[in-house]
Design a protein around this ligand. Structure first.
Ligand code: AMP
Length: 285
């Protein structure tokens, strides 16, 4: 595995891959890798012949009172995991390399970036959009792999690639979970043992809501009430949002007649966890 830390180094390696006719698959991450990330890497291996992983804790997607400073980092361990997966290139730039000065370009997704996570994290998706656009321009991947775990992010990146005509395919892979259902996340390391024991309530709530839709519930308000009630029964869980929204527009449908996204954000102490489940209602009639 080659590790590159500069944009010039990444472009040079990219030229080598292009000259060799390799199909480049990129997995953007913020590091502190877990099995969820590695599932993306394995999917990238299926989709390309040169697998690139980027590790960059992107300051522009963190709010002033968020966890940028304390976000877990362990580049040595991450590099060993990626090496074992047969990754070809690790791109791990510094903040100064990516942002030598304050960027003036803003990426916004009006109507899609002020709902769900965007409502409580103003500027977050603008930061994500900016860094992903930069990564696409630096690495020029044929395909980029993202996780369903961050459903709103995956949707916005699909729009970013389509609207700005990036010549990249966007692949989204299912959420990888712990045996008790908790979605894997680098932020799970913040949880105390009691919080960790309570955290599977997110997935339980999503499954209960999906079960209600499978049993015929078509009222999004009733589905949201079920999500809220399930999370509310867990004393350590502080609900931020619980929604049943259209999977494409993220707007609340009047009735569940098309694929929806069930999505949750829940706080355990200072730790904010998210999870979601896409649900297609069974055909009626
Ligand atoms: P992060 O390092 O948290 O920015 O995540 C990097 C990529 O890994 C994103 O596309 C995430 O959606 C994806 N990811 C994170 N956790 C999981 C998981 N549990 N299952 C699948 N993908 C994940």
């Amino acid at each position: 595995m080659e590790t590159v830390e500069t944009i010039a180094g990444a472009r040079a390696r990219r030229c080598t891959d292009r000259a060799a006719g390799r199909r480049v698959a990129l997995v953007p991450t913020m590091g502190y890798l877990h099995e969820g990330h590695l599932a993306l890497v394995r999917r990238a291996r299926e989709l390309g012949d040169a697998v690139w992983v980027s590790i960059f804790v992107n300051p522009t997607q963190f709010g002033p009172n968020e966890d940028f400073e304390r976000y877990p980092r362990d580049l040595k361990r991450d590099a060993a995991l990626l090496e074992a997966e047969g990754v070809d290139v690790l791109f791990a730039p510094t903040v100064e390399e990516m942002y030598p000065r304050e960027p003036v370009v803003k990426v916004s997704f009006p109507g899609l970036d002020n709902v769900l996570c965007g409502a409580s994290r103003p500027g977050h998706f603008a930061g994500v959009g900016l860094v992903v656009a930069k990564l696409f321009n630096i690495v020029e991947p044929h395909v980029a792999v993202f996780g369903q775990k961050d459903a709103q992010q995956a949707l916005l990146i699909r729009r970013l690639a389509a609207d700005l005509s990036f010549p990249v395919e966007i692949e989204v892979t299912p959420t990888v979970r712990e045996p008790d259902g908790l979605a894997m996340s680098s932020r799970n390391t913040y949880l105390s043992p009691t919080e960790r024991a309570a955290a599977p309530v997110l997935y339980r709530a999503l499954l209960a809501a999906a079960g209600a839709i499978a049993a015929g519930e078509r009222d999004p308000a009733a589905v949201e009430a079920l999500l809220r009630a399930t999370v509310g029964a867990e004393p350590l869980a502080g609900l931020e949002y619980a929604v049943c929204v259209d999977a494409e527009t993220l707007g609340r449908p009047e009735r569940i007649g098309r694929p929806v996204l069930l999505a949750l954000a829940v706080r355990f102490g200072a730790t904010r966890l998210i999870d979601n489940l896409p649900v297609t209602p069974p055909e009626e009639g």
